[in-house]
Design a protein around this ligand. Structure first.
Ligand code: 6R9
Length: 653
């Protein structure tokens, strides 16, 4: 990336100091931050004491065979014991672990004691099905307490789980079952989505007809919707009938800190999905610490809610492992934000008195589109920290989130991390950092990350380049499942000795980090590198734009031409008004970012193609902009979106 184009693109100057009352009582203070930076390994060794070890580790990091890290290698622990049993032993058995809210409005709350009994039964059940430590279990579920229980039961017996998004196709599920060679699949008859029961089990049946899945011996089925489903005798078992046969006490066994905890597949932009492998002690240390620090969690009084799906890494680290290791009380919601009405989320915040909320920019922009009056109808005064994850959050969405959800008072933490990093890496701290809307800003205590140029040299403040992590961290991926070479090639070869995350970033004049999106998405226009994120942010800062996705399309004159797909606020619009608006938008971007960033084409559309975790699939929009056949659409939430977009193209029937 050329520096001069980026340097003048960043125009955000608003600042939000941490509120005095948050600073006064913050879990992490500025002084603690300084101390952590002084001795990184000593800091992580101390953080590992958040966990209860069967054998305390004496080693912190073994980096003798980089980039294959071992953290706390001589320690032994049980992850499920840390997330459940120890809280019960500490007298917190009656504390609610999960307030489950079903989409149809049913709800139930599980205490830590109840969770312990369910996880114990499920652990016995898996063992009875022949699952041994090291065997893989695939979990293909909606958002239910049983999903969390299933994951913890696997962890308890040392069987790595591979959670597959409930919305993925039978083919995507089959590929993941094959790659991990799973022995058992845990699923449900279905779940409620958009006001109706949506089946899940038939997709498992179909996946299991594919070659390479024959090692799946059993399918455990949770009953959620009660709908009719196909049944294979001898293979399929009802979860409730199976669990009933087992005692609700189970002796947890201690595993080595480096025992595999889970595999989670990331699609990447091209190629076969990568099975990201996470292990136990280091992972749990960092998710527990970051959840405590970034959300300033006070487990006695806070009610935490992360709206992510459990099938995404955010659900693994910040629904299951981080919050439960910390003994938090949290909300788990099954459904969509607009069923039965656009205020459903805010109704849930009011109902449970949610204090800490963690969601994604895509959801925030959708709520902006629905209007300020929707959250205004609910009492959101319980909220005290708001988090964002998944994409760069454009400053307008950040400001809206703080103002309309956070009552213009709560800190907003923009947390940068990845499936591969396992836990948050770069984020403001609510009691320490003066926040800048749109920036993740600072590496967390114990994390070394910076922005480098093409040659791997750190860039000066005010310049752009590539985000790299320069020292190993406890929750780092250990490899790509079954493919060490791909692990080396993908993450460690571009900048020797440094982990390359694949994201573009910039350091501002204060040295704070701004994320600029995937480097694959950076555009080259007449010799200038321009980030899609910045053009999207400029578009969204116009009052008529709710959402924008920008791609670079091959262009004979300028190498690439900026092509924007936008969703208009307030929906319906006239064709003649559209033409005028497009001109106005182009001028608006030119004014915000400079003429070089002015989009060549702007196309108003009704929806954008997104993955289940809310990321825009720019690769598909590039296919459209370049009149190519569409690439792989299997990880889209809704594949019909692409047909709608293609139909809007000039020349389409
Ligand atoms: C947790 C998660 C990782 C990619 C990452 C980056 C983008 C996530 C971000 C962010 C800017 C943030 N990303 N958080 N970009 N600011 N706060 O999202 O994991 O699904 O693996 O995606 O998401 O591009 O490289 P994952």
């Amino acid at each position: 990336m050329t520096n001069e184009s980026l340097a003048n693109l960043m125009t955000e100057t608003r600042r939000f100091a941490p509120p005095a009352e948050v600073t006064a009582d913050a879990n992490v203070t500025a002084a603690a931050y300084e101390a952590a930076t002084a001795d990184r390994l000593a800091f992580w060794a101390t953080q590992a004491r958040r966990l209860t070890w069967a054998e305390e580790p004496r080693q912190t990091l073994d980096w003798s065979n980089p980039p294959f890290a071992k953290w706390f290698a001589d320690g032994r622990l049980n992850i499920a014991y840390n997330c459940v049993d120890r809280h019960v032993e500490n007298g917190l058995g009656d504390r609610v672990a999960i307030h489950f809210e079903g989409e149809p409005g049913d709800s139930r709350s599980l205490t830590y004691a109840e969770l312990q009994r369910e996880v114990s039964r499920a652990a016995h059940a898996l063992t009875a099905l022949g699952v041994e430590a090291g065997d893989r279990v695939a979990i293909y579920m909606p958002m239910l307490p049983e999903t969390v229980i299933a994951m913890l039961a696997c962890a308890r017996i040392g069987a790595p789980h591979s959670v597959v998004f409930g919305a993925f196709s039978p083919d995507a599920l089959a590929t993941r079952i094959q790659d991990a060679d799973a022995r058992v699949v845990i699923t449900s008859d279905g779940g409620y989505r958009r006001g109706a029961p949506s089946p899940l089990k038939p997709a498992v049946d179909e996946a299991l007809t594919r070659p390479g899945t024959q090692n799946v011996r059993s399918v455990l089925v949770v009953r959620r919707t009660g709908q009719d489903i196909p049944w294979t005798e001898g293979r399929d078992l009802w979860w409730h009938e199976t669990l009933e046969q087992h005692p609700d006490r189970h002796q947890p066994r201690a595993f080595e800190a480096e025992h595999p905890l889970f595999i989670l597949y990331t699609s990447g932009t091209t190629g076969k999905p990568k099975g990201i492998l996470h292990t136990s002690g280091g992972y749990l240390t960092q998710v527990a610490f970051t959840h405590h620090a970034v959300f300033d969690l006070k487990p006695e009084t806070d009610v935490y809610w992360c709206t992510a799906d459990v099938g995404w890494v955010t659900g693994h680290s910040y629904i299951v492992y981080g919050p439960l290791a910390n003994g938090a009380t949290q909300v788990l919601y099954e459904g969509t934000p607009n069923t039965p009405h656009n205020g459903r989320w805010w109704e849930i915040v009011e109902k449970y008195g949610v204090t800490l909320l963690y969601t994604a920019p895509t959801a925030i922009r959708t709520c902006m589109k629905w209007g300020d009056d929707v959250p205004a109808r609910f009492d959101l005064s319980s909220l005290r920290v708001l988090g964002s994850v998944g994409e760069p959050i454009n400053p307008e969405a950040w400001i809206w989130y703080r103002k309309h959800i956070g009552g213009d008072r709560t800190p907003v933490v923009d947390t940068w991390w990845q499936t591969e990093t396992g836990a948050v890496m770069i984020s403001p701290l609510p009691g320490v950092t003066a926040a800048k809307p749109g920036a993740a800003q600072v590496p967390l205590p114990g994390i070394s990350a910076t922005v480098v140029d093409d040659d791997g040299a750190e860039v000066p403040d005010g310049s752009g380049g590539y985000l790299t992590v320069t020292e190993p961290w406890p929750s780092m991926l250990r490899t790509i499942w079954g493919d060490d070479q791909r692990y080396l090639d993908t993450y460690w070869s571009r900048f020797p000795g440094k982990y390359f995350a694949g994201d573009g970033a910039k350091k501002d004049a204060d040295g704070d980090i701004w994320l600029l999106g995937r480097v694959d998405d950076v555009m080259l226009v007449s010799g200038h590198n321009i980030s899609t994120t910045e053009v999207e942010s400029a578009l969204v800062s116009h009052p008529r734009i709710a959402e924008a996705a920008v791609v670079g399309a091959t262009d004979p004159q300028t190498t690439q031409a900026i092509c924007a797909f936008v969703i208009l606020r307030g929906g319906a619009h006239q064709a003649d008004e559209e033409a005028g608006l497009v001109e106005e938008l182009r001028a608006h971007v030119a004014k915000e970012l400079g003429p070089i960033a002015k989009p060549k084409r702007i196309l108003p559309v009704d929806e954008l193609p997104k993955t289940r975790s809310g990321k825009i699939m720019r690769r598909l929009l590039r296919d459209v902009a370049e009149n190519r056949e569409l690439g792989d659409v299997t990880t889209l939430t809704d594949s019909s979106v692409m047909e709608l977009i293609q139909a809007k193209l000039p020349g389409a029937a």
